[in-house]
Design a protein around this ligand. Structure first.
Ligand code: SF4
Length: 284
């Protein structure tokens, strides 16, 4: 486990992101991965610091751009386990366009969104998942818009693995992250990760009182898309578990073939004539 601990995390004491980092570290150890087998790519926000705190390869990229970066890394090297991570503002605000296309593209990466319903790093503005009526610095009379619903959006956009976890339920989160990492294709794991400093409404206690655990619900079928959408809607999206999963070829299998390991696996020695031809084509 020590190998995956790079530096002391600097989040506020009690921040939900600590649990996500701990769960990810423990799952990597459980899966027998070494730090050099994994790359963690993050966007901007408090949760974006995870790529610095996590002891694997890391890439702290631009705001909202963790997904295109992570997909590029995976396509270049199929042997890396690639994790994209960030917050709700990063992923469902500026990064929303990338999110929809990542869902339908099905590149074999895991996307963990630490969803606290607020912008924490910039000290408390309404985010895309803030509930209607929530009072913040940018919504003093209450948020007027409906919140983004990432689970439903992901399923409708074509994601092949959609799950939700809660920082206050570490064991369930570990299981979900492990299943998401083992899933072949794009996996979204939205984690309710409370911001204890700026969100005094959606607290650990609030989530504990309101979450419906669909993993434990008798008869819930994660392979039935229509019923999953219906049941998630009935809980107002405040549910946890592996909510939807389907088996379909990952992007690299569909495009390159299952045996292609990516461009970094190509031999480094490119014959001079071939290189010249490539350069000529590039210049045209
Ligand atoms: Fe966590 Fe909120 Fe503190 Fe950011 S401001 S580290 S999200 S508790």
């Amino acid at each position: 486990l020590a190998d995956f601990r790079f530096e002391k995390a600097t989040w506020c004491p009690g921040c939900g992101d600590f649990s996500v980092l701990a769960a990810l570290q423990q799952v990597c150890v459980r899966m027998g991965l070494e730090p050099e087998d994994v790359c963690c790519v993050s966007g901007i926000g408090c949760s974006g610091k995870i790529s610095q705190h996590f002891g694997s390869y890391g890439f702290h990229t631009l705001h909202g751009r963790s997904l295109p970066t992570a997909q590029g890394i995976k396509m270049a090297n199929q042997d890396l386990t690639v994790i994209a991570a960030g917050g709700d503002g990063d992923g469902y605000g500026i990064g929303m366009g990338h999110f929809i296309h990542a869902c339908r593209r099905n590149v074999d990466i895991t996307y963990i969104v630490m969803d606290n319903h607020i912008y924490g790093l910039t000290t408390g503005q309404a985010s895309p998942t803030s509930k209607k009526g929530f009072k913040t610095k940018t919504s003093p009379t209450g948020v007027a818009e409906e919140p983004v619903k990432p689970l439903e959006l992901a399923i409708v956009a074509g994601a092949s693995f959609v799950a939700q976890a809660f920082s206050g339920e570490l064991k369930q989160m570990q299981r979900i992250i492990e299943e998401g990492m083992k899933h072949k294709g794009f996996s979204l794991i939205n984690v309710f990760s409370p911001c204890v400093t700026f969100n005094r409404v959606n607290t650990y206690e609030w989530f504990k009182e309101n979450i419906v655990n669909l993993d434990e619900e008798e008869g819930y079928d994660k392979h039935n898309k229509a019923k999953a959408l219906q049941r998630i809607g009935e809980t107002d999206s405040v549910c946890t578990g592996i909510l939807y999963q389907e088996d379909r070829p990952a992007f690299h299998e569909a495009v390159l073939g299952a045996t292609d390991r990516g461009t970094v696996k190509l031999p480094l020695e490119i014959p001079q004539a071939e290189m010249q031809s490539l350069m000529d084509q590039f210049r045209r």
